[in-house]
Design a protein around this ligand. Sequence first.
Ligand SMILES: [Zn+2]
Length: 368
Amino acid sequence: MPADATSIVIPQIFINRYGDRRRIELTLHEARTWGYGPGDETEMIFAQAKTTGTSPSRFCLRMIFDFEKVRRDKTSNSYRACQRLLKDADFHSTHLSAADAYGVLVPVHYGMWFMDTGIWAGKVLLSITQWCGISWHELSFTNANTEANRILVGRTVEALHDYGIVLGDLESTTDNRQFVFDLNAPGLTRADVLNGQTPCYIVGFSDAEANHKCQRKLPILPHGSFVPFEKFGCREIACVSSILGFMKKSKTSTSASTALQWYDEYSKRYPTMSNLDVLMAQRAKLYPNMPPVYSQEAPVSFTSNELYAEAIFPKTPDEDSFPETPDDSDDEEQTVEDANAVVAHSLAPEPLEPAPTRYSARIRRTPE
Ligand SMILES: [Zn+2]
């Protein structure tokens, strides 16, 4: 909390309306009566809260009104919403604590709280997290729906998978609500917002799973044609590519079939290379004009201009804050190989700063 903050205000309360799941604003009275009753809402009521003072901190409050009543009706949507909030908090605490501590890639989670409002709305269950901004679902209806921003969403999802997490429930464009853009980030200009420079976060981990070892063979970039997920190598990454419109028929500088063929040949030539290394080399070689997933790093270079030349990865010091990612295979050598590959890609921490997590800190979060 900033030192000069004397109070917290809640300027707006929202719900994502049924149907198109667009965000609408509620009055305080509507919020109180909307949450529970026959035909109660399936969507969560949420609000932005901010501290007063010269540099306000912003928080996202997700709320269950009249919790004591809700907990007695396990068939209600509000009860299910309550379960989702608890699962989300549990997942943050169990699997995202390293990423969450930095407030990059995913919001900081400040825990679950009760607020007793008496006869107004009884006990209100609150989830308090960092306010990360407006959802990509909302922005996608505006002129901010640029290719650069779609690529930014893709880079963020790829980083999450590299971190070992899948969201688990991405099926349609309304799930774009889970990608959030912080338009209040310091120093952000209008041009930055259009050019994929906004800090982007992923929220909502009630259906997420940890220990994912991503086997994608393609990046989330325009592919110009539909690619079945069996060929893509990771169902969720394929789904996000489709949701972002990257599998529509169009002319691209690198077709999906070219990229897949390159991936297979490169993996064959460098059998000890980890999947992440192959993907970084593929992006650098076949998509040189696209931003890398981890733009803080020095670029990947190659030993020659040959199509399948060996990649040279930026050298960085070790980090010791890797999340556990158990290896399902019986091949112990492969496990060591993967760990070494991770070390080779890590970012050097800033002096006197705590070590950033292995992947999340590598996406540039604020404009320079
Ligand atoms: Zn994956």
